[in-house]
Design a protein around this ligand. Structure first.
Ligand code: GRF
Length: 203
């Protein structure tokens, strides 16, 4: 079986990207390679993580394009060039252009730091998600990996993992626990699941 190729889209620190890289290195994600990492943010530490690992790291920044259409086209091209089996949104904070979703329909997954349908949709990203969970007073939160469709956090759910909220949690403490106990576990698991499903289709 030829390698199952990932194009990973990032915007920030890249801890989810790192989790994928670590599982590839330890053999949990055998037969899977990261063909390209793309960030919309030139300062994303995720790009440094990719470069250190010898993975092609590309920045497609909206500031470098005259309008949204040009940016969308450049992002689509950058993804297509990497010939991915799967596109992984790992802390990617840009609304994915419709042309990308259509080109890779059913082959884009996203990690969201809550148990969808709670605390998701427009405006719910990063720390805002955990602030909302703490404000609502939920006792259990977690993370979700879902297929990306043209909505916001609305595609079919692949994997979820619960995380307990603790007394005294701040948004930062809760975010870290959700990353450690859920995101960094279920995103590689979801990739394995998608790769196995594709292999099943091929055989
Ligand atoms: C974090 O808020 C994480 O919960 C979400 O995206 C943000 C950045 O994560 N998935 P990362 O460290 O860049 O992977």
């Amino acid at each position: 079986m030829s390698d199952f190729r990932l194009c990973v889209l990032v915007s920030g620190g890249g801890t989810n990207l790192q989790a994928i890289m670590d599982r590839i290195d330890d053999g949990s994600l055998s037969g899977i390679v990261i063909s390209r990492v793309i960030s919309n943010n030139p300062d994303a530490y995720a790009l440094e993580r990719a470069k250190k690992a010898g993975i092609e790291a590309v920045c497609v920044s909206r500031r470098d394009y005259p309008d949204a259409a040009a940016f969308n086209s450049a992002l689509l091209s950058a993804i297509k060039e990497s010939e991915p089996s799967l596109v992984v949104l790992a802390g990617f904070l840009v609304v994915l252009p419709r042309e990308v979703i259509r080109e890779f329909e059913g082959r884009i997954i996203n990690i969201h730091p809550s148990l969808i349908p709670s605390f998701c949709g427009k405006g719910y990203y990063g720390l805002f998600v955990h602030e909302a969970a703490l404000k609502r007073g939920v006792k259990v939160t977690g993370a979700t990996v879902h297929i990306v469709d043209e909505g916001t956090d609305t595609g079919p759910i692949l994997i979820q993992k619960p995380v307990m909220v603790k007394e005294g949690d701040t948004p930062e403490i809760l975010q870290r626990r959700v990353m450690e106990e859920a995101e960094w576990i279920i995103l590689p698991e979801a990739i394995r699941k998608m790769a196995d499903a594709e292999e099943g289709r091929e055989n």
